[in-house]
Design a protein around this ligand. Sequence first.
Ligand SMILES: Cc1cc2nc3c(=O)[nH]c(=O)nc-3n(C[C@H](O)[C@H](O)[C@H](O)COP(=O)(O)O)c2cc1C
Length: 354
Amino acid sequence: MQRAFQSAKIGNIPLKNRFFRSATHDYFANPDGSFSERQVDITEELAKHRVGAIITAITAIRADGISIENQNRLDDDMYIESLQKLCDATHRHGSKVFVQLAHGGAKSLLEADSMIYSPSTIQLYEDMATTEMSVKDIALIIEDFVNAAWRAKLAKADGVQLHAAHGYLLSQFISFVSNTRTDEYGGSASNRFRIVKEIIERIVKEVDFPVILKLNSNLLRGNHFIEKENETYLADLIEMIKEAKSAGCIAVELSGTGFQQLSHITHPYFIHQAIEVKKLVDIPVILVGGIRNTKHIQQVMDANIDFVSMSRPFICEPDLVDKFKAGQFKARCILCNQCFVLPTTKDRRCVFHK
Ligand SMILES: Cc1cc2nc3c(=O)[nH]c(=O)nc-3n(C[C@H](O)[C@H](O)[C@H](O)COP(=O)(O)O)c2cc1C
């Protein structure tokens, strides 16, 4: 347990401890997509209370990739100034910031007649299908990820996280359920991972900036987990993580789908997959999902997993790291998932905390 509170490094970046705040959309971006004072305050409060590294809310690399209301954007230089305020406020307390970059793909919020990108055509609703991206579309998206990483660097962030989990564009490419392409961006695990690998390589080489990757450690077909498919998916994931490492990625954060439905926690949701990854790939692993008490943190540390990451508990208690250090056993978060609803209806983030 003590190990979690000790200083560590991710890539060449020193961290004051092994706690991450996982990317958390707060619905409080300014209407133009810039980072608001309220977002700066939320992040600074976490940093003040010793969260070692903070991953921002999902940030769109392109206007047509916005996937949720009131989202932050980094598709124009005009966003650099407000992001730098957030980075400066975090750095004042010795914590690090990684900007989470994403394109929504088939999950983008667009009008009925707009072009909705995805690796393969997906029938979203009866009257609305997505458009399979051409190789030229893919090249343009890669370019936009790289440009957004440049802006994050200019804003003095410590690195970026590519969001390749939770069903957004990059995870649509990775999954053999949503990617049925037959060209070099579909088919084998290596082909399905190609877009992500090309983004990592270009950010590392051209921007010279650290990249973390967020991945699903499980696979959902419709609303079902199919055991055999999940075994195949995990084997593919190991190969993809090896490729991410060789492209220069400094760490992977393992998440998964279906976390909102898991109300009873016996252990961190995706710890078994994280253990498997640690066995087979020499790369730092950040584990997120269902970490709620010091016993869970101990389980993560005992499994030689490198970092613990939390989202909902920090919405409820931004000072949770301090409380754990002072001896509190468990987080107050009751997994009510109101943090997805309250900011849009009641201007607060948690039933227990404004
Ligand atoms: C309100 C809310 C917003 C979230 N926003 C994001 C996001 O912007 N990007 C992302 O990758 N995950 C997001 N997540 C998922 C978390 O990062 C995390 O993977 C998930 O909540 C499981 O961790 P937990 O059990 O510690 O909450 C969000 C979760 C919540 C509750």
